[in-house]
Design a protein around this ligand. Structure first.
Ligand code: GLA
Ligand code: GLA
Length: 680
């Protein structure tokens, strides 16, 4: 969907001027009628504009197969509309009711070890179950018909976090659908046997019915079977998403449709870049995982969501005002974190800031999960912070609809390489694809250099420097694109275990890094993974861990930027760079971590003419992200530290933030300023 349609959604039912959305999941079925009225009063006080309703209401809406109860939901919709609050209405299919699973236990997922996933929590349904789909689509039709013309309806929210608990199902339904998917991909058994390398371990198939999902096996299951099962599982849920969407589009063609993605630490099953085109606008859920890089990770996820949305605005559908309930220890946020975390998403393109959830539950598994209205009620610091953020978002209304301004550096994030590089039976089981990408991002934040996280579908030429960490799967076409990128003046940086296999997970022969060997001008005969805790020293480039390579330089023009000083490959090249056409291609053969990369990067960036856009005092302490529209640039300046940081020399209209005096902007600890400047 275009920015314009999202803007219209955010203009509210009366078509006021665009604003940033503010709200939450709202679960009125957990509360009495009197509480609903208080909810609307408090929502108005907080400046809430949009809520997601009905996500887990199936059992309430349809208490029995042929019984429907919409009266309570009608009343909630009316109350919200009277309060001027728009509704992102759920299709309510996320959690099937007990009557359905009792009558049809064949909709329950099955694990790789053959155990049934029983009801009792949520999302206990097979993505490929025809029985589940029939019942779910019937509910979607009822919902769409009932509320098609309700004035509160501003968007449809399909299901909830598709794949959160049910991405991998190994049931007989899944087996059937997997075979259909494989037939469509390979046409012939011959094609499949080749792709899966079934000459190995006597795995050759002579009939389609012999093929299974990678269920519990005696040893390592076939790697291409595993990779295809990941592709299939993502596609199966995408297919389900399309089925719900098609019903909605048929009945309410003008109401935009979304579903909430989970771009964050820990979720990798759903190939979201591939899903994004199926919906009218992208929305995302994000939760902070406390740790040394926690806010870098928040920024990374928001940035990647923007990449998935093609740089266009998106919706932050859920995050938390404070603690969650599902981590080993659920840490409360510190003062200032609530606003800074939200605004960091806005900095990276979110046009709405929503939470899970509006009112903290008094019962159920999520009763200790924070909300906009906590157990303590409206007389609480938390609710006051929620009201204050509502005011800030009003002040930021001009930002609504603006897109992201491309950054000089792009970091490539590729689902295929993520999936394939972390499979079993590899040189190391310690490789963490996302962590390597995040480390490069952290290093750039530490240097104050702006970077976009992009997918392989993006226009890579927009970035002067392209970092492709662990780009493991490189089909021939991608190798050509990257070569062209460098020859046309781009500066590519890649790392260990890149370029090694093709789309079938077959090794490119003749020496690593296979598909990228010529471009990089190096050849590796053997990998040298390091044991956990083992490290090697590099000349002037820090300490490496996880991985090393025995590199031979094959082209005379290749510069060796760093050598191993210790370890099995002492004195051999560790970091190389080859001038290629008008650009270059660099290779980093070990894991340097954020600090090591921050030491290495300035040289590589300088060669591309890329540096920080921030004043020296702020570099590393402040994150800069830029959005723009036809008239303006919006500079988001986010204090990453617990200290006050001055920002000399930065001028513009201050939409939010505090001027210290007439000339210098300062950022108090953990605060955010947004400056508007005229577009060039
Ligand atoms: C996800 C779900 C919500 C809730 C939150 C808790 O975002 O969509 O229903 O469970 O997690 O953090
Ligand atoms: C055993 C098996 C071989 C091979 C090797 C791998 O020796 O017999 O087929 O799997 O292990 O180490």
């Amino acid at each position: 969907m275009t920015a314009t349609r999202l803007t219209r959604l955010l203009s509210g039912p009366d078509g006021d001027s665009p604003r940033l959305g503010y709200g939450a999941d709202y679960n009125p079925e957990q509360w009495s009628r009197e509480v609903w009225e208080e909810d609307v009063r408090l929502m108005r006080e907080a400046g809430v504009t949009v809520v997601s309703v009905g996500i887990f209401s199936w059992a309430r809406i349809q208490p029995a197969p042929d019984e429907w109860d919409f009266t309570w939901l009608d009343e909630v919709m009316d109350l919200l509309h009277e309060g001027g609050i728009g509704v992102d209405l759920a299709t309510a299919t996320a959690s099937p009711p007990p009557w359905l699973t009792t009558a049809h236990p064949e909709i329950l997922p099955v694990t790789a070890t053959g155990e049934t996933v029983w009801p009792g929590a949520r999302q206990h349904w097979r993505p490929t179950s025809p029985v589940f789909r029939d019942h779910a689509l019937r509910l979607v039709r009822e919902m769409a018909a009932r509320y098609a013309n309700h004035p509160a309806l501003v968007a449809w929210h399909i299901s909830n976090e598709l794949g959160c608990h049910n991405i991998y199902d190994y049931s007989d339904d899944a087996a059937r659908a997997f075979r259909d998917w494989l037939r469509a991909r390979y046409t012939t058994l011959e094609g499949l046997n080749h792709a899966w390398g079934t000459a190995f371990w006597s795995q050759r198939y002579s009939g389609w019915e012999q093929i299974l999902p990678p269920r519990l096996a005696a040893s390592h299951p076939n790697p291409t079977q595993q990779l295809d099962f990941k592709r299939f599982s993502s596609d199966a849920l995408k297919d389900y998403l399309r089925a719900e969407r098609d019903v909605l589009r048929q009945i309410t063609p003008d109401v935009p449709v979304t579903t909430n993605f989970m771009v964050m630490n820990g979720t990798k099953g759903m190939n979201y870049p591939d899903w994004a085109d199926e919906i009218d606008f992208v929305s995302n859920d994000h939760y902070v995982h406390p740790g040394p890089q926690d806010r870098d990770e928040l920024s990374f996820s928001a940035n990647l969501t923007s990449g998935i949305a093609g740089g266009r605005p998106w919706f932050l559908m859920e995050h938390s005002t404070s603690a969650v309930n599902w981590q080993p220890v659920n840490v409360a946020k510190r003062p200032g974190d609530l606003a800074r975390d939200s605004l960091l998403h806005v900095a990276h393109g979110a046009d709405a800031v929503c939470y899970f959830q509006w009112r903290q539950s008094s019962a159920g598994a999520e009763k200790y999960h924070s909300a906009m209205v906590p157990h303590a009620g409206e007389d609480s610091d938390l609710f006051r912070a929620v009201v204050a953020l509502g005011d800030t978002l009003k002040a930021l209304a001009p930002v609504a609809g603006s897109e992201r301004e491309p950054a000089p550096v792009g970091i490539v994030y590729d689902w295929e390489s993520w999936w394939a590089s972390e499979q079993d039976s590899h040189p190391t089981s310690l490789l963490d694809y996302r962590q390597e990408a995040l480390d490069w991002y952290s290093a750039l934040l530490a240097l104050g250099v702006r970077a976009d996280i992009v997918t392989t579908r993006a226009d890579l030429d927009r970035h002067r420097v392209l970092i492709a960490p662990v780009l493991h799967v490189v089909p021939a076409e991608l190798a050509k694109d990257l070569t062209r990128y460098a020859e046309n003046g781009g500066h590519l940086i890649t790392t260990y275990f890149s370029g090694v296999v093709d789309e079938n997970d077959h090794v490119w022969l003749g020496g690593y890094p296979g598909a990228l060997r010529e471009l990089l001008g190096i050849r590796i005969e053997e990998f040298g993974p390091l044991l956990d805790g083992e490290s090697v020293e590099l000349d002037g480039a820090g300490t490496g861990s996880l991985w090393t390579d025995r590199i031979t330089v094959t082209e005379p023009e290749v510069e060796v930027l760093a050598r191993y000083r210790t370890g099995a490959y002492a004195d051999r090249p560790a970091v190389t760079r080859r001038p290629a056409g008008r650009g270059s291609a660099a290779y980093v053969s070990t894991r340097l971590g954020p600090e090591g990369l921050a030491g290495l990067l300035p040289g590589l960036l300088a060669a591309a003419g890329v540096g920080s856009e921030l004043p020296a005092e702020a570099q590393g302490r402040v994150e800069l992200a830029v959005r723009r529209d036809a008239d303006s640039r919006y500079l988001f300046l986010v204090n990453r530290t617990d200290e006050t940081v001055p920002l000399p020399g930065l001028a513009g209209e201050l939409l939010t933030g505090r001027p210290a005096d007439a000339d210098t902007l300062v950022l108090p600890p953990r605060e955010v300023a947004v400056l508007r400047q005229p577009a060039d």
